[in-house]
Design a protein. Sequence first.
Length: 343
Amino acid sequence: MRYRRLVGRSMFLVLFVGLMVAACGSESADTTATIADSTTSTTTTSTTAVTPSSTTTEPPDMQELQVFFATGDGTDCSEVTGFVRSVDAGLDQVSAALQLLVTGPTVEEMAAGAGSFFSAESEGALRSVSATDETLVVDFRDMRQMLSNASTSCGSESLLAQLNSTVFQFGSIERVRYEIDGSCDDFSNWLQRECAEYTRLGAEPANLDTNERASGSGCTPDTQELPDGRWFGFATGVSDTNVTFDLACWFSGSAAADAAAEDGEESPPPNDYYIRNTNDQLRTIPASGSTSVTWLPTADPADAATSSYAEWVEVWPTRSYLPGLWLDIEGGEITLIEEQYVP
């Protein structure tokens, strides 16, 4: 299975109609909709197209796919129905369908009974779609606060039904894992579940090495240069142009408990996080000209400040409090630095 890595009912009309109307609503240009039974093919059709920018005036070739949203009266939390969308034929179908899903139903689709925690507000939530061995990996930016109601028992069942139905419409996909900032545990703990991979028959425990369950993009890359992604560690030095970085493993939730137990430490660890740093390798990573930094002048998170990279570098040598930090890397350069508060 090969996919390009890209950076890229009513929701319980009886119980949650107020929430869904407020949360949903990216509007399509021209949509007609009728609903079919959720166990059969969809008859909802949208002419809205997701297309890359083009320098020609020729209309692109189009392809149809389905995006599954919650429908029904709320008695079945997993009830979903597919809504047909048209997209540029040159786009990867799986990535395009998931991008449309996280943007939420259109006004016309909501009028036809569609609901979702996803909305125009969560449009940028999809970080990447990739494949490892036979598993599709769908990575989201941290959307937990944005979609806080999805963490309820019924809400999580509905969210997973929308995701799985959208993914498994494509016959080439047999297994999928969902992550937040590279962590299956962060995604699953948010939904009050264990890290799992989903098949057409249901959930199965994800057989991942503990280090593979670290938050972010991981902590054991095979290369000297860190690939694009989100990485935790410690700055051992900074300059006007780069950061000397000591990569470490940040674990939370059940992953933290398992990693601490493996290392012979208190498990579950205090405050629900655990840091493993057993590799002395240092990496020099360039900062981009527009790197932004959210940092902690003191150990009090209420004092958090946001500044340019140059301002952060200027005060760094004088600081007595230097917590761990997260680096967002794009195109081989640091685009965002966020210092990690720990209790």
